[in-house]
Structures are given as structure tokens and as C-alpha cells.
Design a protein around this ligand. Structure first.
Ligand code: 26Q
Length: 834
């Protein structure tokens, strides 16, 4: 390997002959032992799996490091355009399995550990998930990074290094308890601290204007409280291509200056407290509760991330090209992951004008040709807003710029709609309520050249609904980018049995070209493939059953239909509808009407935001119903209900390979896309779902006969809502009435009066926005069809194979190519495909 100097122009040279470290098991073993003894100071590997894990990570990281340096040199040398994916969340999960896969040394590492008498699987268990995200939006960011590295796109991720990631969920008497996630406690061997790239972030203070001798006004933001942003880099390896991209996570620290000021004021304790206040910024990931929004610390986090990342990029620019920013926009694109980093719009303006001396027009041109915004929600109540007053005291200069952006924008609006005051009010970036607030989504739209939704239906609804006026003004900005998932983690790594089987039939090309799964279609009825397909699914179910037993003490039977719903707990996702179905099956079996039913294990998992009471009540209800079902002798061998505790990325890696039926049952028009739906499909689960989010495209891809559709459509909902009366629906449906009677009578909360009241009231609420009762009958019937279909194992296996075979479109490799073609316009890095 040749490591080139920083200044040397590496041109478009191919990445060849990089590796100087050997990749065989001898070398990996030698290095692992070296780190274990020489660095970690351990003498024996017995009962020391954690240190062995750390040692293996270091051996692996060395092999990433040379490729990482080489990739950085190559990128610097080619002067190409880069995209920055700016996100408050990167839900990375574990990194080791993926790193070994992408470096193509899984077998070698397994063999090396085998010689120490250790199973590589036990080593994987030692790794804490990097849980720096809530759910779909954070995991999507992680899948994007994997795909960009694999297809050779120069994309850097910018995020926050939260000291505490997503909380751990424990259950106490069926209720969720939150515990802090101390993922950094034993050190995190993947990260590289880059103190030399630290940046200063300003808060508070006031704005002053100074006229220079040429009568030009300079804006200064002074008397600020400064916080240091220190980057920690994680390597993002591509699949077998010697590319390693970067995820840069910022951590907050007190600046020396800040401490000194306080010391001079004579207060030691205030100085220490101030240090604490600075470090609070990256202390904890915020859960996604709308009710929790408007919190000062969250806005601090957003600004901290955005300012540090933009400064980092501008700093590099000046180093490489000097102070002229004329070409800056041709070389950069900033993709904003929802509105959480939307403050990047005024912050880039501020940096360009106040720190780099540009005028408004030049700065605006650069900003609006580099910013692109992705929306992830259709729920109006989830659109982010911040009180103007909060901005005023925390970020006074940024607020000035937002006001200026708004003034110029509104004059454009009044040109388009002369004399229309209503539209000025409804499109203004500032909502003129008694407490004025900033509408972050509007700020993002005005400041971006591209606005996209995350599934076809979602993008269409955005343009017809939430952002209609903006789409009217700037139709060219709006586009769709249907989500995906990376098949490296979500098939190759998490389902080695199925991966081997598929590769045996169609070769390994699908790992980087998922459309090749189509070649399984002609084999869907092949008896040999079918038998092996079922054997793999069965083994995966047995593996999950073991995990469930470890977590809950409950034995589940792998011979049963695994009916799975795992995702954040939210009313719109309708875990409640799933429970009503469980109660219905329980009732049928109890009254002796269960003979035609396939034995079924219903698995529900997910976390509720700590402040979201209804979601927490739903968890309690699932657990109460589960307790009755799982202890009733009449249910034995027929029905089980499991609440899977502490569901996270690593949990999904065990769950999605084991699912038969994938529950995607949100109220139509509420789920922007969903990505769990894609993971299940890829692993051969059949979907039962509504026409919502990417379900629509999943059904189109696999064919309606291989998908269990039910429920109201987006277009039908308004009319039904008009005179919605859940109680009359219950009264006229015997099954529904029986289910509600059991619940009302306290059958599932014998010694806990009223614990289910709120949830049951919500079902009966004539204003229930999630319309659970409206879809009850259709859901029960679709479940009945799914159960019948499962009884015919040949037919089911055919559907399962066809689901996997049709999942090609849902690779993030495709998604990233779409972003690059329509939004980023990056040149692919020539990759070593040998
Ligand atoms: C907001 C304010 C204050 C604190 C936190 C938040 C916050 C944090 C996270 C709000 C929302 C989120 C996460 C949203 C999310 O995960 N959305 C999901 O994004 C997926 C990827 O596009 C989609 O597939 C899902 O449909 C969508 O729900």
C-alpha cells in the first residue's frame, strides 16, 4: 500500500494493491492476540470475551484504516463534488459483523477465534449497539452510508456523538421502564478522535454592526458563550471495494476561554458548572415525542451539529482552494435528514457572509444550490417549530437571517399572488401566533433546491397537502426518493442461511445488485428450493425462539406461524389493531371455533417515547393480554403473544429472518414509507398491510396475490371520518363485540382496575384519527386469509420466495443512485471490483 502525502494529486488512479496487512486467519489471529495482550493487558482468553471482542475490533480496524486513508487521499486528489448527509440520528447498530463482511474476512476471523476455542458469534454478542437514533429515520441514514460506500459515492455523514443513545427498555409488570444506554462505558474501539479538527460553536451574546473605513458594514456576533465541538470519526467500509467513507460525530466540550472567563469572575463552581452545561449538549438523544418538542437543549443540539459540520466543510475548502468560494456550490451538496438540521440554511448564510465576507445574493445562491431537504412525515402535528423568543436569546444572529430570508421570500409570494394576505400568512416562515414561532419545514423548503418525500404515495400527498402552496410556487423542487435498506446487513449478514441458499441458486451478484434476485422467480415452485427455503426459515425461527426464551423465559414453538410487528410504538402504527386481532383469536379458540386456525405466535416489539402516555398504555395492554393468553391451557400449541423487550437494530437482525407474516398496518396516509416492511420482504416474509407508505410499492412489486391487503385507502378516509361511530361498528360486528366485551369486563386486567380504560376509550372515540375500529373487520378477514394460506405450505413458500425475489427495488443502492442522479450529481469513485 502507498499512503500518499496530503498535497499529492492522486487523480483518478484506481484503488489497487492497497493492502499491506495480510487478510488470512493467521494474520488476524496474530493481531488479535497482540491487541489482547499488548494493548489490553489480558493474559488469558478464558471468560474474557469482551476483551477478545475489543482486540478483534482493533485488528479489523487496522485493515480498515489503510483503506480509509487511501480513500481520503484519493478523494482529496480528485477535486470532485461531495455530499454531506446531515442527520441528528445515525442508528448504526453493531459494526463488527458488517466490517468483516465488507472486508471479506468473516471466515478468516471465525477461524482465528476458533483456534482460541471461541465462537465468533459469542464475540458479536459483546458489541453494544450504537443506538444513536429513534427508529426509521436514523436507521435509514445508516443504510444510506453503507450503500454510498459500496457504490462508490463520496458522501460523508455528519451527526452527534450522544453520550447516551436510545434508552434501554425494561418491563416491570408489563410497563415500560427506561434505562440509560451506556454504550460508551467500556470504550468504543471503532472511533478515532480528531481533536485537531475541533471547532468553536457560539451561543447567546448579541449582534453588533461595525462600519469600516470603506463604509462597509460588518456584522459581529459578540459576547457569546462558546462550546467546543470535537469530532469522532467512524469508518464506513464499502462491500469488497477497498473504499472506506466517514461518519463524523461531534461531541461537545467546554472551551478553555469559557472556563477562563468564569475563573476571572471569581467563581470556581460556576466555571465547573459551565463546563457541565457545555457537555450537556451531546449528553442524550431526544426521543421522538412531539409533545416533547420546543425543548431548548434540542435546539442547541441542532445548531451545534449544523454549525460544526458547515464550519468543518468550509475550513477544508479554504485549506484546499483558498478563500474564493466561487466554485463551492459545484463541489458540495448538503442533504438534510428531515427538518432537524434545517437551521443549516441560515447558518450557512451566516458563515458565508459574516466569516467569509460574501454579500447576501452570493451567499443565497450558494445556500440554495447546495441544500436539499428530505421530509419523513405527513403528520401535521409532527412538523417542527421553535419559539422565536428562544432563537432570539440563543441564536440572535441566526434569527436576524431567518427574518431576512422570510422578508425576501414573502415579497416573492406577493408577486405571485398579488394582494393575497391569507397566503402570505400561511406560507410565512414565522407563524404570527401570540407566541411567534419559526416553521422549520418552510425554512427548509425555501432554502433548498430539492424537497423529497420517502415513498411515492408520501411524496404525492406532500405536494397535494402539507406543502401544496410551495409545490405550486416551485414544482421543480419537489421529487420522490423511495426508501430502501442495505441488503448487506439485512440479508447477507443477518440471514447467512438464506444468503447461502440464494447464492447457491443464482450466484453472489445480488449482494451488490439486488435486482438479480428476480432470477429466483422461475424457481418459486421448485420443490428442492422450496424444501431448503423452509428449512432455513425454520432454523431462523428456532434461533429467534432461543433469543425470546433468553429475554422473556417463554418458550415459543418454531413450528407455528410467526406473525411479527416490530417498530416504534405509536397510535398511527396501530399495534392496538394487532392486539384486537390477538384477542379475537383467543376468543375463537376459547369458544371452540379455532380448529381451522394455524398455530400462531404473535410477536410485538418496540419502544414508546417516555412522554407518550398512550403508547405506554398500549405496551401495558399488549403485556396484559399476553399474560392471559400464554398461561391459558386452552391456548397451548395454538396461540401465543410475545412482547419482545428492548427491540433494537440487533434485535431486528434476529427477528426479520424469522418472520412469516409482516404486519404493516398503519392508518392509510400516516406512515411516510416504512423500512422494516422492506427488511421483512427481503427475508421472505409475506406482508399483511394497508395501502400506506412503501407498502403500495411493495405490493406492486410482488403482485397483489402475494400480499394481504386490507383497510381504508387515503381517499376513502375523509368520507368515513365524517360520521364515524366506532360503537355502532362494534355493535354490528359480533366478533368485534365479543372482543370489546372481554376487554371491557376486565378479563385482561383482573386485579388492575382501569389500566386499559384510556386505550379502550380511544377505540370508541368518534374522533379517533387512527380509525382502528373502521379497519377491524377488514383486518380480521385478511388475517383469516393469511392463516388459510399458511396451511398450504407449498403455496406459502412460493409467496415467500416471490417476496424475496421481488425486493430488488428496495435496496438503498437503488435509493442512493436515485439521490445521486436527481439531486447530488457526484462522480462515482472508481472502485476495485476485482
Ligand atoms: C422531534 C422533535 C424533538 C425531538 C425529536 C424529534 C424527532 C426525532 C425523530 C422526530 C421524529 C423522529 C423520527 C422520525 C422517523 O423515524 N420517521 C420515519 O422515517 C422513516 C425513514 O424515512 C420512514 O420510513 C417512516 O415512515 C417514518 O415514520
Amino acid at each position: 500500500m502507498t499512503v500518499r502525502s496530503e498535497t499529492e494529486n492522486t487523480g483518478d488512479m484506481e484503488l489497487l494493491n492497497l493492502s499491506s496487512l495480510d487478510m488470512d486467519s493467521d494474520a488476524i489471529l496474530a493481531d488479535t492476540i497482540h491487541y489482547h495482550s499488548r494493548m489490553l493487558g489480558r493474559r488469558t482468553v478464558r471468560r474474557q470475551e469482551h476483551f477478545l471482542y475489543q482486540a478483534l475490533v482493533h485488528a479489523t480496524r487496522d485493515r480498515l484504516m489503510e483503506r480509509w486513508i487511501e480513500t481520503s487521499n484519493l478523494l482529496q486528489g480528485r477535486h470532485g463534488k461531495r455530499a454531506c448527509y446531515i442527520s441528528l440520528e445515525f442508528l448504526m447498530g453493531r459494526l463488527l459483523r458488517n466490517a468483516l463482511l465488507n472486508l471479506d474476512i468473516t471466515e478468516q476471523a471465525g477461524e482465528a477465534l476458533g483456534r482460541l476455542g471461541v465462537d465468533l458469534e459469542d464475540i458479536h454478542e459483546q458489541e453494544h449497539d450504537a443506538g444513536l437514533g429513534n427508529g426509521g429515520l436514523g436507521r435509514l441514514a445508516a443504510c444510506f452510508l453503507d450503500s454510498c460506500a459500496t457504490i462508490g459515492l463520496p458522501v460523508i455523514g455528519y451527526g452527534l456523538r450522544y453520550h447516551f443513545g436510545m434508552f434501554r427498555q425494561r418491563l416491570e409488570n408489563g410497563r415500560q421502564m427506561e434505562e440509560p444506554d451506556s454504550w460508551l462505558r467500556e470504550g468504543y474501539p471503532w472511533e478515532i478522535e480528531r481533536i485537531e479538527r475541533a471547532r468553536v460553536i457560539k451561543f447567546g451574546g448579541r449582534v453588533v454592526r461595525i462600519r469600516d473605513s470603506m463604509a462597509r458594514t460588518h456584522v459581529d456576533w459578540v459576547d457569546t458563550h462558546d462550546v467546543l465541538a470535537i469530532p469522532y470519526d467512524l469508518p464506513i467500509p464499502g462491500y469488497k471495494n477497498d473504499i472506506v467513507n466517514t461518519l463524523r460525530l461531534w461531541s461537545a466540550a467546554a472551551t478553555d476561554e469559557f472556563d477562563l472567563e468564569e475563573f476571572n469572575a471569581g467563581s470556581y463552581t460556576d466555571a465547573v458548572a459551565a463546563k457541565n452545561e457545555a457537555e450537556n449538549i451531546t449528553m442524550v438523544l431526544y426521543p421522538n415525542a412531539e409533545t416533547d418538542s420546543g425543548r431548548e437543549l434540542r435546539l442547541r443540539q441542532q445548531y451545534f451539529l449544523v454549525s460544526a459540520s458547515l464550519q468543518d466543510i468550509l475550513h477544508d475548502w479554504v485549506l484546499q482552494y483558498g478563500p474564493d468560494l466561487g466554485q463551492f456550490a459545484n463541489k458540495h451538496c448538503f442533504q438534510l435528514n428531515d427538518t432537524h438540521p434545517a437551521i443549516a440554511v441560515p447558518e450557512l448564510m451566516r458563515l458565508l457572509m459574516d466569516d467569509h465576507g460574501l454579500g447576501w445574493d452570493d451567499a443565497w445562491k450558494i445556500t440554495t444550490s447546495t441544500m436539499a431537504y428530505t421530509n419523513h412525515t405527513l403528520l401535521p402535528e409532527a412538523l417542527e417549530t421553535w419559539p422565536v423568543a428562544l432563537f432570539e436569546q440563543m441564536l440572535p444572529r441566526v434569527l436576524e437571517i431567518i427574518y431576512e430570508i422570510n422578508a425576501r421570500f414573502l415579497s416573492e409570494v406577493s408577486l405571485r399572488w398579488p394582494g393575497n394576505l391569507d397566503i402570505l400568512g400561511s406560507m410565512s416562515l414565522i407563524q404570527e401566533t401570540p407566541e411567534k414561532i419559526v416553521r422549520m419545514a418552510y425554512l427548509a423548503i425555501v432554502g433548498s433546491f430539492s424537497v423529497n418525500g420517502v415513498a411515492e404515495l408520501h411524496s404525492r400527498l406532500l405536494q397535494k397537502g402539507l406543502f401544496r402552496d410551495f409545490a405550486g410556487l416551485w414544482p421543480h423542487k419537489f421529487n420522490n426518493k423511495t426508501n430502501g435498506v442495505t441488503q448487506r446487513r439485512w440479508l447477507a449478514a443477518c440471514n447467512p442461511g438464506l444468503a447461502r441458499l440464494i447464492t447457491g441458486r443464482i450466484g453472489p451478484g445480488w449482494v451488490t445488485d439486488l435486482d438479480q434476485l428476480e432470477r429466483l422467480k422461475p424457481l418459486a415452485d421448485d420443490a428442492g428450493l422450496q424444501e431448503e427455503w423452509r428449512a432455513v426459515k425454520h432454523a431462523n425461527k428456532a434461533r429467534l425462539a432461543d433469543d425470546i426464551h433468553t429475554r422473556t423465559g417463554i418458550y415459543v414453538n418454531p413450528e407455528t406461524l410467526f406473525d411479527v410487528q416490530v417498530k416504534r410504538i405509536h397510535e398511527y402504527k396501530r399495534q392496538l389493531l394487532n392486539v384486537l386481532h390477538a384477542v379475537h383469536l383467543y376468543d375463537r379458540i376459547q369458544r371452540g371455533d379455532g380448529d381451522g386456525l394455524p398455530p400462531r405466535t404473535i410477536i410485538i416489539g418496540g419502544k414508546a417515547a417516555p412522554g407518550y402516555e398512550m403508547a405506554k398504555n398500549i405496551i401495558k395492554m399488549i403485556n396484559n393480554v399476553a399474560a392471559v393468553i400464554n398461561t391459558d391451557p386452552a391456548m397451548r400449541g395454538r396461540l401465543q403473544l410475545i412482547f419482545y423487550p428492548d427491540y433494537n437494530v440487533s434485535g431486528m437482525e434476529l427477528i426479520c429472518p424469522a418472520a412469516d407474516l409482516s404486519e404493516q398496518i398503519s392508518t392509510a396516509g400516516k406512515e411516510a414509507s416504512g423500512t422494516g416492511n422492506m427488511k421483512f420482504m427481503m427475508n421472505g416474509a409475506v406482508t399483511i398491510g394497508t395501502l400506506d407508505g412503501a407498502n403500495v410499492e411493495i405490493r406492486e412489486a410482488v403482485g397483489e396475490e402475494n400480499f394481504f391487503l386490507f383497510g381504508l385507502t387515503v381517499d376513502e378516509i375523509p368520507a368515513v371520518m365524517e360520521d364515524y361511530d366506532p360503537q355502532s361498528i362494534i355493535d354490528t360486528d359480533e366478533d368485534f363485540a365479543r372482543v370489546m366485551r372481554l376487554l371491557d369486563n376486565g378479563h385482561f386486567n383482573r386485579f388492575e382496575p382501569h389500566v386499559l380504560d384510556e386505550v379502550l376509550e380511544a377505540v370508541r372515540d368518534t374522533a379517533d384519527p387512527w380509525m382502528t375500529a373502521a379497519d377491524f373487520r377488514a383486518f380480521i378477514d385478511a388475517q383469516e386469509s393469511a392463516g388459510m394460506a399458511y396451511q398450504d405450505q407449498q403455496h406459502w413458500t412460493r409467496m415467500s420466495i416471490l417476496n424475496t425475489a421481488s425486493s430488488g427495488r428496495f435496496s438503498t443502492d437503488r435509493t442512493m443512485r436515485d439521490y445521486n442522479r436527481d439531486i447530488w450529481g457526484l462522480d462515482e469513485i472508481p472502485v476495485n471490483t476485482s
